[in-house]
Write a protein that binds this ligand. Structure first.
Ligand code: GLC
Length: 515
């Protein structure tokens, strides 16, 4: 939706009022040095990641985990110079904000608008982080997405990121953009910044973390909000709308997704949310690299959220975690009953309809079920209702809570993740690391990370069809395995020792960058 001139006017007045802290810093910086503090730029291969969230600064989903851990893993390679550019959201942890250094400010064109951008800098775990500040766009209550003007917010960010690169003279060899929020940078770079030789030399990689969210806007915004030119229409327009993800797929040098299976799935209409033809047309550019997790961050030996730490060689702490979890959730403290956990956004593509179909059936058995998540009201109400009905057998916590999630990952026995679609999924990897054996549907990254246990190989339990009774059958298989101490020790060991680190996966990205 295009905003009117009068809205913008109010905005600038508001903005002027809201940015005193920054103004002050600008003055200080200018006074003390008279120029932009320079960042050491090396002769290494330079990669700049663009994304809308990255842990530990700001996190709402799996993308944040990836942008918080992949750059760090790559930065361990001495031949690489790794940076990440993020929006400076007001909800970034205060502790970090206090450490940021103000670098510079300039104005960014968002079609006919001329918007303030401040750039802050912070080096963290070997990675250079740049934060683009504009309080009008990024000082919002509550969440970081879901506002009526998300298109404008990320159009601004996408251009501001390119302008930051020029302003600070940090032109990378590779610009690695993630999801629709930063798709615009590729479109602007290839469509509008190409006259500049330094920009022309940059190669682009676009990673699709979830093809469901494409950044679709009315064509009314094409010129008036995004400021795209006529010659880019073929790339950016799709089904009569602006489609940023489609534009980036068409215009970037290479495209990747977050697992090999998903990179094949999105060639089919069932998975592609309308973009299958576009994906097939660009198949020569497409690859799938399974995400890793930060195994230092998710480590049962050191995790401070756990009731007691433990390792694959000494699991006594896991028993304590289980008992304390049961105690905390008012479930009978019993070692012999399996705890089946779901930690998930409560949305349909996570396969919750399957769970809803057979949960009461499952609860007739001697099991305990723990659900942690937030999302669609229908699921929140359903799981809350079931927890009331089956007190002492089922506990539901409607929240997104890191600390609690770790307590559940460590205290549970079986982790249920029956997604309808799952580009990669990280929870099944985290659960495995904490010795909670996954039951998953064979789709996307679940299919690439969890293999059915056969007695001689495999690290979990899997089913193929999107069918509730197939799922229940496999859950029962897991429960039977749980009851056999020797078998359970074996499958749990296989889960815990599965290599989900970034070590090999980061090398896969390096190969892509080399291409
Ligand atoms: C998205 C996907 C999820 C993936 C994550 C990180 O959230 O839905 O499957 O693990 O991105 O790539």
């Amino acid at each position: 939706m295009a905003r009117t001139a009068s809205t913008t006017k109010t905005t600038s007045t508001k903005k002027a009022k809201e940015t005193p802290k920054i103004e002050k810093q600008i003055k200080t910086t200018k006074k003390s040095t008279g120029k932009i503090p320079s960042i050491k730029v090396s002769e290494k291969k330079k990669i700049i990641f663009l994304g809308s969230e990255a842990a530990p600064f700001i996190a709402t989903g799996g993308l944040a985990d990836v942008l918080g851990s992949l750059p760090k893993a790559l930065a361990k390679n001495k031949n690489l110079d790794i940076s990440v550019i993020l929006p400076y959201y007001s909800n970034i942890n205060e502790e970090f904000k206090a450490k940021f250094t103000f670098l510079t400010n300039f104005n960014v064109s968002v079609a006919w608008r001329w918007q303030y951008a401040g750039v802050f800098y912070y080096e963290y775990e070997g990675v250079k982080f740049y934060f683009i500040d504009n309080e009008y766009y990024f000082k919002r209550e509550g969440n970081i997405y879901g506002f009526y003007d998300d298109g404008e917010r990320f159009a601004f960010f996408s251009r501001a990121a390119l302008d930051t690169i020029a302003r600070l003279d940090i032109y990378p060899d590779i610009l690695h953009c993630n999801d629709w929020q930063t798709a615009g940078s590729i479109i602007y770079l290839k469509g509008m910044y190409y006259g500049d030789e330094k920009f022309r030399r940059i190669k682009t990689l676009f990673t699709i973390h979830n093809i469901e969210y494409q950044g679709v806007f009315s064509m009314d915004n094409y010129e008036s909000l995004f400021g795209f030119t006529e010659s880019m229409k073929n790339f950016v327009e799709f089904n009569g709308c602006v489609n940023l993800m489609k534009g980036a797929i068409e215009m970037s040098d290479l495209v990747s997704t977050v697992s090999p299976t998903y990179s094949n799935e999105i060639k089919q209409p069932y998975f592609a949310h309308g973009l299958h033809d576009i994906i097939n047309r660009n198949a020569n550019k497409l690859s799938g690299i399974l995400n890793g997790i930060d195994i230092d961050y998710y480590n049962p030996e050191t995790d401070k959220c756990l009731f007691k730490n433990y390792s694959v060689t000494d699991l006594s702490g896991k028993a304590v975690c289980k008992a304390e979890l049961q105690n905390m959730l008012s479930l009978p403290v019993r070692e012999d009953v399996p705890i089946i956990a779901i930690i998930s956004r409560l949305v349909s593509h996570k396969g919750l309809d399957l769970v809803r179909h057979v949960l009461e059936n499952l609860l007739t058995q001697d099991v305990q079920v723990v659900i942690l998540g937030k999302g669609e009201v229908a699921y929140e109400n359903y799981f809350t209702h079931i927890a009331h009905t089956y007190q002492g057998k089922c506990a539901t916590i409607i929240a997104y809570n890191q600390d609690l999630s770790r307590k559940i990952y460590s205290g549970a026995d079986i982790f249920l993740m029956p997604s309808k679609m799952e580009p990669c999924g990280l929870s099944q990897m985290i659960a495995s690391r904490y010795g909670t054996v996954p039951v998953v549907r064979e789709t996307g990254g679940l299919n690439d990370s969890i293999k059915a246990y056969t007695g001689v190989k495999g690290n979990g339990f899997t089913f193929t069809e999107y069918n509730a009774h197939d799922m229940l059958y496999v859950i029962n298989e897991a429960i039977r395995a749980f009851k056999d101490k020797k078998v359970w020790a074996d499958v749990r060991n296989r889960a815990m020792t599965s290599d989900f680190s970034w070590k090999n996966q980061a090398d896969e990205y390096l190969k892509l960058y080399d291409r």
